[in-house]
Design a binder for this molecule. Sequence first.
Ligand code: PLP
Length: 385
Amino acid sequence: MKHTFPGTLACERAWVNIDLKALANNVREIKQQLLPQTALMAVVKADGYGHGAVTVSQTALNNGATWLGVATIVEGIELRKADIQAPILVLGATHTVQEIEAIVRWQLEPTLCSPEQALTFSRHLHHPLPVHLKIDTGMSRLGPIWQQGATFIEFVARLPQLTIASIYSHLATADDPDPSFMQQQQTRLQDVLSRIQAQDIPLPKLHLANSAGTLSGPQFHYDLVRVGLALYGLYPAPQFQKTVQLQPVMQVKARITQIKTLPAGTGVSYNHTYTTDHPLTVAVVAIGYADGVPRALSNQMNVIIRGRLAPQIGAITMDQLMVNVSAFPNLQVGEVVTILGQDGEATITVEAWAKALDTISYEIVCGFKHRLPRILVNSDIPHRL
Ligand SMILES: Cc1ncc(COP(=O)(O)O)c(C=O)c1O
């Protein structure tokens, strides 16, 4: 059986496919949920949640997003170096003079989250800079707590060189089927806004929603939504599956590098956490925990071979894992195994891994390391990142 994958080298042991058509579909689906006046920010921090920040940004901007969100200045610079011109909000905190200089030089827009930080910015700027003020309405992360929100905004409004481009907050529980705390956060934000309006401070743009907030309805959208997870075709919680049709963007593949038969009673991999109880054909697959396959899934996961599930056995090692392939006659070294994604009738989802590991999809996709090349599929010209 011949397996050819556009863009992969025959010698590639394992890789991540990034489906640009699925990504474009997701961006358009999300955009359709928004009123025309609401802008879409593609959140591309952590290398686009492991999908490749530059490619994700370009595709998102070509399909309806107009803003980009990153966590760090370095992430923003990567996008500027790729000639991306869209406004970029740095969602994380930045404090030092060097950071301020980099923000100005690379035309990034910072988040301000304390009076001290705002003062440092104001003192070191020679020209007006758009800044975004973060208010903590219940996440207990960046920003002054909401009771101090109006005082903070009034303070920044009086500082030279700072142009308040937006006021924003972040939802802590938007994926919870019970919307009451999300609504409480919204009420707190509204309260901050009424107080600043009473002080005659002009209202800048406003934003609150992440993916889950965005899919919860237009009452949370305001001027802009900051969407990460949903872009990548992953649902923040099962209740959103009826709201929007998303397609997973990432698939993970690896090659079989050896096939052999083990006699009954043979221990497999470190510490022999699996022992054969009858003769077994085992395939060694060239991907491991150093690539992003969590070791905690040892003896708990399947892979897909020729459209059918096959159980992984023994401890997952740093670069390789073993699979029971007794039910697959005539397998060849070099054949491609699906670690995550779909092949024929079989599918292994990021969500299923997250559930098995008692974690969230975010951690799974961010976990695939750069040792795995990202291969663009369903793009005009298939190529490597
Ligand atoms: C401030 C902020 N806004 C938006 C997002 C996007 O969240 P999601 O990936 O749930 O859409 C994040 C991601 O954690 C964030 O930190």
